[in-house]
Write a protein that binds this ligand. Structure first.
Ligand code: SF4
Length: 215
């Protein structure tokens, strides 16, 4: 089965099952700053929690200028209970200051400029580039890493290695939507524990590598 078809089947099935990540765009919009804030908040946190926290924060501070003016305890309060909320509050505050100081208050659209920003790693940079700037790049998080290994697209131990392989092997035209399709699919069908293989639209073509218990 071709990759475009596989991504389409993932999208359809996860949309039918109401994957939380699919409501992110309607909740926070597509502005680069909102996407950056949301992606920083989302690490190790459920999307439902991240969406609520992101909305609270962005309604109070929709720009780097406003966020940089908020006291740290207030940022912490607004984003609680996302995981590591104290660290993330500090990163978001420093991040806003760095955007004001180095980029005129705008989110940069180059990987090399995003990576040094506080709280921004390779995953966040690639998600921002794909989602906010429409660049053909793949943000690899835990869902993309896990599913790519199960499907046999990669044989990699870390998301970084998976990212390096996918960014070489996946054709440009599929890269932008790959993260969203796989995250949604990972939330609803190819779940970390006991994936729903018997209900999965890819079950006939998937080698299920590393899956020891399934539904
Ligand atoms: S068949 Fe199972 S392991 Fe393969 S993609 Fe579907 S849910 Fe994931």
């Amino acid at each position: 089965m071709k990759i475009g078809r596989m991504l389409l089947l993932m999208q359809r099935e996860s949309s039918r099952r109401g994957a939380p990540v699919l409501s992110v765009e309607s909740a926070i919009g597509r502005g680069p700053f909102a996407i950056l804030v949301f992606t920083v908040l989302s690490a190790r946190t459920r999307d439902e929690t991240t969406i609520k926290a992101g909305r609270r924060l962005l309604s109070r501070a929709p720009t780097p200028q406003k966020l940089a003016r908020l006291p740290l305890p207030q940022i912490q309060k607004l984003i609680y209970p996302v995981g590591f909320y104290k660290t993330k509050a500090r990163h978001l505050h420093s991040l806003s200051l760095a955007l004001l100081r180095d980029f005129g208050g705008k989110v940069p659209s180059a990987f090399e400029s995003l990576i040094p920003l506080p709280g921004v790693g390779m995953k966040t940079a690639n998600i921002v580039l794909a989602s906010a700037f429409g660049k053909d790049t793949i943000g690899v998080d835990t869902h993309v890493h896990r599913i790519s290994n199960r499907l046999g697209w990669v044989k990699a131990k870390s998301p970084e290695k998976t990212s390096a392989i996918l960014n070489k092997t996946i054709p440009d035209k599929f890269r932008r939507r790959l993260n969203m399709s796989m995250v949604a699919f990972g939330q609803t069908v190819c779940t970390p524990l006991r994936p729903f293989c018997t209900e999965c639209p890819l079950t006939k073509v998937c080698p299920k590598i590393g899956v020891t218990s399934r539904r």
